[in-house]
Design a protein. Structure first.
Ligand code: ADP
Ligand code: ASP
Ligand code: MG
Length: 778
């Protein structure tokens, strides 16, 4: 059975709560799999501080840092296993050993730093045991041997056979040993590298790096709110990012995966259901754009271009170094902490030209780096940043100045250089009727959308067939293409297709009336897909499901538009949102929300039999094939629920009182069966109409929501209304929405017009799509 490697970074192990989440993920793994762990939280930073206090003979500092370490670890272990546990006692022994060595000047740096990972592995394995999962911890110094700065791959592969196939194997990241058993480290952030090395040694099928972001983003999502998560990035760009010091992947992570089929994925242990970012072969991902900050670097000019020396120096420093070829000179970018070591390595062969500068690097598709550099320069100068250096090279550009870039400047750069041109992939579901018109309108609309951002149609779906092409489907011939080439497809295949789409943005446009299709919305959201729906089912689904979907979309910054699910193209949802966003409070919404019921209401009179009118409407195509779907009022009930939820009300469908425009006896059997009992329908309507007439009123099928009553009034049914009322004077077939709010208290805001029809509904979907493109391009 193929094995998998999972690496949890410090950010995933920073507290007892995080350990718990990690253990939950581990519960799903198969025995034989390996888990590589980093030191918990910032433990390695603290150990580095301890080392520097020790090195500087700051005894007080040593004591203080040891106390800090103790507090953090003791709290973790106590909460997870208790302070009587074996792990707690072992930790206290370790801390005593560290103190003792520090006290008699026998501390060794790598040995000291190794403790962070040793503590994590031990704690996680025991915590898994406590949860009933068989797990053993391994000290990777027994698995990874390094000789003269080179890992002994053959020997290590043999050593890794020691991992157990009937347990989970929790392995320390970051550390290895030399040939005589002394501890060595693989460099800061080295656990990523440990994980891919282990993947290679045990011939794993995949390595998953679990961290605290949902994958690799266009820039640090903690600094830039609008950072875009990429589903796929190429190995080459991942490596470039790492060489520039970006923390999301360690620079050597990809080396062991060369010429192998091992999959590499970055995912979030904070949101284990989300897809992460796949790092794939260069030709399998489009080139992306990234911004990564550079903090405190020195720039050296080398007197010769000696690649071997740079390679050797990176090994010594355990840190990647980025050389730049500038007008025949080689410049070397080095974190300032290594400045002195670099100067003493090169001596007179390197001249320090900038010290302790900061800035930003842009990683991009080859060819656009110099233009990006110019734009970034102009923008940073406008922000009054004094530039100390700006260079571009194949696939990246670097700008350095005196200050670290703040989030706002980074966001500006990001907006101008990175997100402006993210492509949107469009999948249209439901291409009969409205869908067909939508597609033909899309052909004309595309030029307008493309001024906002590049839009590409990639999928057309019908109930059980689909035409899917990640490269894009030619719009002009899309319908014919679908007829000739659509294939049978399951929901799983569609989800897989959406998951794999390598686009900055994706949207599913649901023009179906399918409840089962609406059930896929959470999956779409999991795969970072926006949604536009004319379909009413998701908006009126059970509250718990609906709220979970909303939560997921909010967490992932995903947008959901559904303006056409109520009133087709009429801008009712827009109006409600707009009023609320401007500080108004909506108190009532009422009206006629169904074109069919509007037509029936306007055309019925006591000299007609209602069943004849219904038959006439059916023959004219104004009703559903079975008119009882209209007469039941269910559809109107759903529309009222969508609007109620738009106002922030947590209602279920059944909270809306519903009375049908027919007697209950007609609900059974087929429409033909119901017609056989048509006199029941006629009497039912006639009696109500007569009652209304006696009061000088007329009958309309009305939806009403009133938030000022207690409890809230929410109902749908026939109502006797004055003949002069707005709902009574309606053009047959039109919808009307009467909105009362604080601002529109006495004189209601009225939106009225055709609430159904292919053209207006398709146009309403386009309005949502335009809005989405506009939002995404902001
Ligand atoms: P771990 O502890 O899991 O190894 P790191 O702190 O080393 O995690 O790396 C993850 C951090 O990298 C994130 O919290 C994020 O702030 C930062 N980061 C910087 N650039 C990016 C980026 N482009 N995409 C994702 N994360 C990034
Ligand atoms: N704990 C080590 C560090 O902080 C290794 C790692 O986290 O990958 O650098
Ligand atoms: Mg890391």
């Amino acid at each position: 059975m193929t094995k998998q490697v999972y690496k949890f970074g410090g950010s995933s192990l920073s507290s007892a709560k995080r350990y718990h989440a990690v253990a939950n993920i581990c519960q799903q793994l198969a025995y034989g799999d390996a888990i590589v762990v980093s030191a918990a939280g910032k433990t390695t930073d603290t150990l580095v501080r301890l080392w520097s206090c020790y090195h500087n003979q700051d005894h007080k500092g040593v004591g203080e840092v040891i106390a800090l370490l103790k507090d953090h670890q003791c709290a973790l272990v106590s909460e997870l296993l208790g302070d009587k546990s074996e792990v707690y006692a072992h930790f206290i022994d370790d801390i005593n050993a560290i103190s003792q060595r520090a006290g008699c000047a026998e501390l060794e740096q790598a040995w000291l730093l190794a403790h962070g990972e040793l503590w994590s592995a031990r704690l996680l394995a025991h915590y898994l045991n406590k949860q009933g999962v068989a797990a053993t911890h391994f000290d990777s110094r027994k698995l990874f041997v390094v000789a003269q700065n080179n890992l002994k791959h053959q020997e290590n592969t043999a050593r890794c056979q020691a991992l157990k196939s009937d347990q989970l194997n929790v392995v320390t990241g970051f550390i290895a040993s030399d040939e005589v058993g002394n501890t060595v480290t693989l460099g800061r952030n080295g656990s990523d590298y440990s994980a891919t090395l282990l993947g290679k040694y045990i011939n794993a099928s995949s390595v998953t790096i679990w961290t605290d972001t949902q994958g690799v983003y266009s820039t640090d999502p903690r600094k830039v709110e609008k950072a875009v998560k990429y589903n796929k990035i190429s190995q080459q760009q991942a490596q470039q990012l790492a060489r520039l010091g970006n923390p999301v992947l360690h620079a050597k992570t990809l080396t062991p995966l060369k010429d192998s089929d091992i999959k590499l994925v970055v995912r979030s242990s904070y949101d284990s259901h989300s897809d992460g970012t796949q790092v794939v072969a260069n030709e399998q991902a489009k080139a992306k754009r990234f911004l990564t900050t550079l903090a405190s670097v020195d720039v050296f000019q080398l007197t010769h271009n000696n690649k071997d020396s740079i390679r050797e120096l990176s090994i010594i420093l355990q840190h990647p170094l980025q050389p730049l070829e500038v007008e025949g000179n080689t410049l070397l970018l080095v974190p300032s902490q290594f400045g002195e070591q670099v100067a003493s390595y090169y001596l007179q062969d390197a001249v320090l030209i900038e010290s302790n500068v900061s800035g930003v690097a842009i990683v991009s598709e080859a060819g656009s780096e110099s233009q990006l550099l110019e734009s970034a320069k102009a923008l940073l100068e406008k922000q009054s940043m004094t530039l100390r250096g700006a260079w571009s090279q194949n696939g990246f550009a670097i700008l350095l100045g005196d200050q670290l870039l703040e989030s706002d400047t980074l966001s500006l750069l990001h907006e101008e250089l990175i997100t402006a041109k993210q492509e949107l992939a469009v999948i249209v579901a439901g291409i009969g009727n409205v869908g067909e018109v939508f597609l033909s309108q899309l052909n004309d609309q595309l030029a307008r959308l493309n001024t906002l951002l590049p839009v590409k149609l990639v999928g057309l779906l019908r109930s059980s067939t689909s035409l899917l092409n990640g490269q894009g489907i030619e719009l002009a011939t899309a319908s014919a293409n679908f007829k000739n080439n659509a294939k049978a497809s399951s929901p799983e295949q569609i989800i897989e297709f959406i998951k794999e789409l390598d686009y900055g943005h994706k949207v599913v446009i649901d023009i179906t009336a399918s409840e089962s299709f609406s059930k896929l919305y959470p999956e779409f959201a999991l795969h970072d897909c926006h949604i536009i729906s004319a379909n009413k089912y998701a908006g009126t689904a059970e509250l718990n499901w609906y709220e979970n979907l909303r939560r997921l979309q909010t967490e992932k910054n995903l947008l959901w538009r559904y303006n056409t699910s109520v009133g087709a193209g009429l801008p009712i949802n827009f109006a409600l949102k707009d009023l609320q966003n401007s500080g108004d409070k909506i108190t009532k919404i009422s009206g006629v929300f169904s074109g069919t019921l509007s037509w029936l209401g306007a055309n019925y009179s006591l000299d007609k039999k209602f069943s004849d009118l219904v038959e006439q409407a059916r023959e004219l195509g104004f009703t559903e094939p079975d008119p009882r779907e209209d007469l039941s009022g269910r559809d109107v009930q759903r529309k009222l629920l969508i609007l109620a939820r738009e106002l922030g009300l947590s209602l279920e469908l059944d909270d809306i009182e519903l009375s049908a425009w027919m007697p209950n006896e007609l609900a059974e059997g087929s429409w033909q069966d119901a017609l056989a009992k048509r006199e029941l329908l006629d009497t039912f309507v006639e009696e109500l109409a007569l009652d209304a007439q006696r009061e000088g009123n007329t009958l309309r099928y009305v939806a009403e929501l009133d938030t000022t009553t207690s409890p809230i009034t929410a109902k749908v049914g026939l109502k006797a209304v004055a003949p002069s009322a707005a709902v009574a004077t309606l053009t047959p077939g039109d919808n009307i929405f009467v909105i009362n709010s604080v601002w529109y208290a006495d004189n209601a805001l009225i939106i009225q017009g055709p609430g159904a029809g292919r053209e207006v509904t398709a146009a309403g979907v386009h309005s949502d799509l335009y809005w989405l493109c506009h939002k995404l391009s902001e």
